[in-house]
Design a protein around this ligand. Sequence first.
Ligand code: ATP
Ligand code: MG
Length: 341
Amino acid sequence: MSSKYPVVLIAGDGIGPEVSDAVVEVLKAAGAPLEWISCDAGLAALGKGKDVMPEETLDAVKKHHVALKGPCTTPVGKGFTSVNVQLRKKLNLFAAIRPVRSLDGVPTRYEDVDLVIVRENTEGLYSGVENRITSNVVTTLKIATVEGTERIAKRAFEYVQKRGRKKLTVFHKANIMKMSDGLFLDSVAKLHKDFSDVPYDTQIIDAGCMKLVQDPTKFDVLLMENFYGDVVSDLAAGLVGGLGVVPGSNIGFEDAVFEAVHGSAPDIAGKGIANPLALLMSSVMMLNHMYEKYGDKQIHAAAESIKAAYNKALSDGEKTGDLGGSLGTQEFAKAVISRLS
Ligand code: ATP
Ligand code: MG
């Protein structure tokens, strides 16, 4: 009998609570030894009279080091800083790692897509520094620091090396943004000296995007600045079946927050039709992360069993509407649970 490991659960807004419920059920049925610490963020927190990113939620993640998070909505205007930006910056979750893979049972234009997007998560165009200069002029600052660019370059090279991936491709626009993207490229070149066995190349992002949609199988691990990573993540999701099937993690030095790439999907919220798979896949990434950390075989077994079960469900044609099926959120969760080994 192994012990239970604490995990902070932020259900989120929009489709967040629906998909989180479904994922928690699957994890429980798979025997994952987890103890959930529920915390609020986003509209759910505001509704309870708290800040959009309550200090107690940040403290809980700092204490337990691992969180599973649904999408959170930040109200537009009224001076709120994005929940996601705050979480990533305050916990220094500087690397977003997003595997984008073809799934059996989800036919798309390409087979064998196997990409990983490594997105810088704390600076770049999403630094949140905006100013009104005059009544007619506003600015948004794109920030690149030596520390920020070097740590993400290091993390990306480590990822390629540790996972035995083939190569790293850096997307940039240093021909126009000579200073910020130039520094990003300089840091990659500098860090490459410590990872000389890892092949890497660079692509100007517009041309890179064209090549990515022409033949995604030519790419392996992609590294880019915050804003580019946001856009290219959704683009890449479209290559493998959409936002319902792309998981993600936000990882710093100490803490890790696992969440799907998709947002709160207000258009389908509350209808019970959202695909919980992206968050479920994120939870499998979380279990793998915890297995690396704690070495508990029960965690590993749960991860393997869930992965096999959702793959089997998809190949059996058990799918939600976004993938052309007819199952609701809960029904898909049940289809996975009935296939757990
Ligand atoms: P946010 O501002 O929170 O990012 P959004 O309006 O950008 O919200 P997304 O969540 O990014 O919405 O979703 C974009 C589109 O993809 C929407 O039409 C949404 O319904 C669909 N979508 C996103 N996630 C899922 C999911 N898990 N299952 C089914 N459809 C989804
Ligand atoms: Mg979105």
